[in-house]
Write a new protein. Structure first.
Length: 113
């Protein structure tokens, strides 16, 4: 019996594919949630900073869920596109069923908080 492959984030495994699909490079715009804490002078208020961190995490999760859903809905078109065909779902690096589960977990998790 053959052992299943062990992947790390530096390899082309499903974990890396999921992270790439989440598009963390887009999360930088979610830093704007900290503007309220900064401009209200609450930088010394740990509760306010904690709330901003939770909000930041929720924004990142819900936006990533949207990226997953977009890639799932456009998978056939993306497979025909010269650049988008290399996206993990279109390229088959991340199974469609796994992508649906991840998008649901991200969306429900963000909304539940």
């Amino acid at each position: 019996m053959e052992a299943s492959p062990q992947y790390t984030l530096t390899e082309r495994g499903p974990l890396r594919a999921a992270l790439k699909t989440a598009r963390p490079q887009e999360w930088v715009k979610n830093v704007l949630v900290f503007a309220g804490v900064i401009f209200s002078g609450q930088l010394d208020d740990t509760w306010a900073i904690g709330q901003a961190l939770i909000t930041f995490a929720c924004f990142c999760a819900i936006s990533s869920a949207g990226y997953f859903i977009n890639d799932l809905n456009d998978v056939e078109l993306d497979r025909q596109h010269p650049k988008k065909r290399f996206r993990p779902i279109a390229a088959g690096q991340l199974p469609i069923s796994a992508a649906w589960v991840i998008s649901a977990v991200l969306a429900v998790g963000a909304i539940a908080v």
